[in-house]
Design a protein around this ligand. Structure first.
Ligand code: PAF
Length: 285
């Protein structure tokens, strides 16, 4: 596995793959890799001749500096896992290499209404930061396909808007959430949970799952409230938002018959660790 640190070397690698007509799959990550990331990598390796993974904790997508500082970094271990998974190249630049001048970090993107709700509302500037780094990465890696996990459901909708508005020719592949055996969605942030927090965190998914049953004979509002009230009643847990939305537009819905594809997206603080998850209430046939 090739370890690439500079923009120049990344471009050179990609040009070589395109010259020899190899299909390129790309998995962008912020490292601290877990089975969720590895499921994306596995799929990329299966579906493409060449797989590139980026490992870069992108400073400009964190609206909270403390969160950025505490984000887990396990580069050596990550590289071992990626090599074992059959990755051809890992791109792991420094922040100075990615953003040599301040202006480079500051371009404004059109990301549509999907970027204004939920994470967009509670983490101002977050999606602009995600868009900036992905715009640079997509242009350097020049992949045929890029793989994203559905835990970040909103991110996928925003990335689809980004590639459309910027005219970037890449297929966005959405992959199912990977969960621990007790239901907790795998996340790099889980490693920051204390033993006690880790033992209550699965309640997020268990409550969402229960709410699907509950929703069959209750309104959208009642379903929303039962989830929030239950999770808020657990010591150490606090719901930041729980929005039940049309999965295509991410606009909030008021009635179950408003859309054939409805998801509930939640963000919960467990102590000071911010966890996100989502569940489908309606799925198109
Ligand atoms: O989902 C993530 O880990 C990040 O937002 C991404 C897509 C790697 C961009 O930094």
């Amino acid at each position: 596995m090739k370890i690439i640190r500079t923009l120049y070397d990344m471009t050179e690698f990609s040009v070589r793959q395109r010259d020899r007509n190899a299909s390129v799959g790309f998995v962008p990550t912020m490292g601290a890799l877990h089975e969720g990331h590895l499921s994306l990598v596995k799929r990329a390796v299966e579906e493409n001749e060449v797989t590139v993974v980026s490992v870069f904790v992108n400073p400009i997508q964190f609206n909270n500096q403390e969160d950025f500082k505490k984000y887990p970094r396990t580069e050596e271990e990550d590289f071992k896992l990626l090599a074992a998974a059959g990755v051809d190249a890992v791109f792991a630049p420094t922040a100075d290499e990615m953003y040599p001048e301040e202006e480079k970090a500051c371009k404004e993107y059109f990301l549509g209404k999907a970027s204004e709700v939920m994470e967009g509302k509670y983490r101002p500037g977050h999606f602009q930061g995600v868009a900036r780094v992905l715009d640079i990465l997509f242009r350097l890696v020049n992949p045929h396909r890029a793989y994203f996990g559905e835990k970040d459901f909103q991110q996928i909708a925003v990335v689809r808007n980004l590639v459309k508005s910027e005219g970037i020719n890449v297929e966005i592949v959405a992959c199912p959430i990977k969960r621990a055996s007790d239901g907790l969605a795998l996340s790099s942030r889980n490693s920051r949970l204390t033993e006690e927090q880790r033992s209550v965190a699965p309640e997020i998914y268990q409550t969402l799952k229960y709410s699907v049953e509950y929703s069959r004979d209750h309104s959208v509002q009642a379903t929303h409230d039962t989830v929030v009230e239950h999770l808020d009643s657990i010591p150490g847990m606090s719901v930041e938002y729980f929005d039940i939305v049309d999965a295509r537009t991410l606009a909030p819905i008021e009635e179950w018959d408003e859309s054939d594809w409805i998801v509930g997206c939640i963000t919960v603080y467990v102590g000071d660790v911010r966890l996100i998850d989502n569940i489908a209430y309606r799925i198109p046939n």
